[in-house]
Design a protein around this ligand. Structure first.
Ligand SMILES: Cc1cc2nc3c(=O)[nH]c(=O)nc-3n(C[C@H](O)[C@H](O)[C@H](O)COP(=O)(O)OP(=O)(O)OC[C@H]3O[C@@H](n4cnc5c(N)ncnc54)[C@H](O)[C@@H]3O)c2cc1C
Length: 378
C-alpha cells in the first residue's frame, strides 16, 4: 500500500533495532523467525495485520507431496533429477509439518489425497506420474476408476498427505518463535543504509542488519521488483453446513476444485479460479458470484447431499504465483541485505518450511538455494 506524506509525518515513531527483521507472519515468516531465534539472532517479525491473516490462515489445510504441476510434468520441465529433488523437499516438508502439528497440539487428520484427472490427457498424466513416483520410492497408487463413484475418472492416491488446521499451526509457530512480534504494523518503506537496513512502519523505525521478506502474494506491493515474477491470484473457498459423512480423504480435481470434509461434516471446497483467471489476478480478498457459483455447481453435481446442507461461510485469500510453480529465494539486487522467500503458487504447506530453511541458510551462511534461487528466472 502507498502511504501519504501526511500519514508518514502525523506522529513520532519509536526507534528500535534488531539483528534481523522478518516481514510477514504467515506460515513461512513465522517458521523462519523460529529458525533465526534458534541461531541466537535477535529477530523481529513485522506483520501488517495479525499472524495467519494472509493465505496461511485462509487455505484448505491440505499438506501434500508435490507442487502445482504433476510429477511427470515437473520431470519434463526440469529433468528427472531436479523433479526428484523437488519431491524430496516436499516429502521432508510434509513430515516437518506433521511433526510440528503434533508438537504444538494442532488439529490434524492423517487422511491422504486423491488427485482426479477428468480428461484422457490428464488421466495419462496421472498414470505417468504414478509410475515415476513408484520408481522413485514415493508412496502412491494409480486407480483406473473413480474410487468415490462420484462421476470422476482415474485417480492417483497419495496416502501420506494430511490435513491440518492451518491458522492454528501458523499462530502456534508465530507466538512461540522467540522473536519480537509487531502486529498491525504494515511495512511501507525499506531502505538500505550502508551495512544496515532501515524499515519504516506506522509506529516504528527499525534498524537491522538484514531483512527477510515473507510476504508471498503481496510481494509486488512491497517492491516492484517482484511484479514480473510473483503474480497475485485470489483463491476462493465455500464451506457448507454440516452434511452426512461423504469423504475420508482430501481431493484435487484437475483445474476444477479441491475439497475435504471437516470432522464436523462441513464440506470445504475451493477452486473455480481457472475459469476466471484474469478477474482473479487480484490483491483484494472479496468473494465473487461467478467463482462462488462455479464452486456451488461443482458441489451440486458431485455432492448433492452437501449442497442441500446450505452454505456456512465463503472467503478468499491471496496466492503468490510464479511462472514455473516454484517459490523464488534471493536478495533484492537494488537493496543489499534485503532477502526474500516468496511465490509458493498454492503450495506453501508443501514447501514453505523447507524453502524457509534454505532461505535462512542463504541469508546467514551465503548458501546457494539451488533450484529455488530466483536466478533460474534469468
Ligand atoms: C484459498 C486458498 C487455499 C489454499 N490451499 C492450500 C492448501 O490446501 N495447501 C497448500 O499447500 N497451500 C494452499 N494455499 C497456499 C498457501 O496458503 C500459501 O502458499 C502459504 O500460506 C504461503 O505462506 P506465506 O507465509 O508465504 O504467505 P502468507 O500467509 O500470505 O503471509 C504473508 C504475510 O505477509 C503480510 N504482509 C504483506 N505485506 C506486508 C507489509 N507490507 N508489511 C507487513 N506485513 C505484510 C500479510 O499480511 C501476510 O500475513 C492456499 C491459498 C489460498 C488463498
Amino acid at each position: 500500500m502507498t502511504v501519504s506524506h501526511w500519514q508518514e509525518t502525523a506522529a513520532e515513531r519509536a526507534r528500535v533495532s534488531h539483528d534481523v527483521v522478518v516481514v510477514g507472519a504467515g506460515l513461512v515468516g513465522s517458521y523462519m523467525a523460529g529458525l533465526l531465534s534458534e541461531r541466537d539472532k535477535d529477530a523481529a517479525v513485522v506483520e501488517r495485520q495479525y499472524a495467519a491473516s494472509g493465505a496461511s490462515g485462509r487455505n484448505a489445510g491440505m499438506v501434500l507431496l508435490g507442487m502445482r504441476d504433476s510429477y511427470a510434468e515437473t520431470a519434463e520441465r526440469f529433468g528427472r533429477g531436479t523433479a526428484l529433488e523437488i519431491w524430496r523437499m516436499t516429502d521432508a516438508n510434509v513430515r516437518r509439518m506433521r511433526e510440528l502439528s503434533r508438537r504444538h497440539g494442532v488439529e490434524h487428520e492423517d487422511i491422504g489425497t486423491y488427485y482426479f484427472g477428468g480428461s484422457r490427457e490428464s488421466d495419462d498424466d496421472l498414470r505417468r506420474s504414478a509410475s515415476l513416483l513408484e520408481r522413485d520410492g514415493f508412496a502412491s497408487q494409480f486407480l483406473e476408476r473413480d474410487p468415490l463413484e462420484r462421476g470422476f475418472g482415474a485417480a492417483l492416491r497419495q496416502p501420506d498427505d494430511f490435513a491440518v488446521h492451518p491458522a492454528q499451526l501458523t499462530q502456534a509457530l508465530a507466538y512461540s518463535c522467540g522473536a519480537s512480534m509487531y502486529e498491525n504494523e504494515e511495512v511501507f518503506a525499506i531502505e538500505s543504509r550502508g551495512a544496515s537496513v532501515e524499515i519504516r512502519t506506522r509506529r516504528r523505525i527499525i534498524e537491522c542488519e538484514k531483512v527477510m521478506l515473507a510476504v508471498n502474494g503481496y510481494a509486488g506491493l512491497v517492491d516492484p521488483f517482484f511484479l514480473p515474477y510473483v503474480a497475485p491470484a485470489r483463491g476462493q473457498v465455500l464451506l457448507t453446513k454440516p452434511a452426512p459423512k461423504l469423504l475420508d480423504v482430501m481431493c484435487m480435481n484437475y483445474r476444477q476444485c479441491y475439497y475435504r470434509q471437516l470432522p464436523d461434516g462441513r464440506l470445504l471446497v475451493g477452486g473455480g479460479r481457472w475459469q476466471h483467471v484474469e478477474q482473479e489476478r487480484a490483491w483484494g480478498d472479496e468473494t465473487t458470484d461467478n467463482v462462488q457459483g462455479y464452486i456451488a455447481s461443482f458441489i451440486r453435481r458431485h455432492f448433492p447431499e452437501a449442497a442441500s446442507a446450505g452454505v456456512s461461510r465463503r472467503w478468499a485469500g491471496i496466492h503468490g504465483m510464479t511462472e514455473d510453480g516454484l517459490p523464488i529465494l534471493g536478495m533484492l539486487p537494488h537493496k543489499p541485505n534485503v532477502y526474500f522467500c516468496v511465490g509458493f503458487t498454492g503450495h506453501g504447506n508443501s514447501m514453505g518450511l523447507v524453502a524457509g530453511e534454505r532461505a535462512v541458510e542463504m541469508m546467514l551462511d551465503g548458501a546457494d538455494p539451488g533450484v529455488l534461487s530466483v536466478e533460474r528466472m534469468a
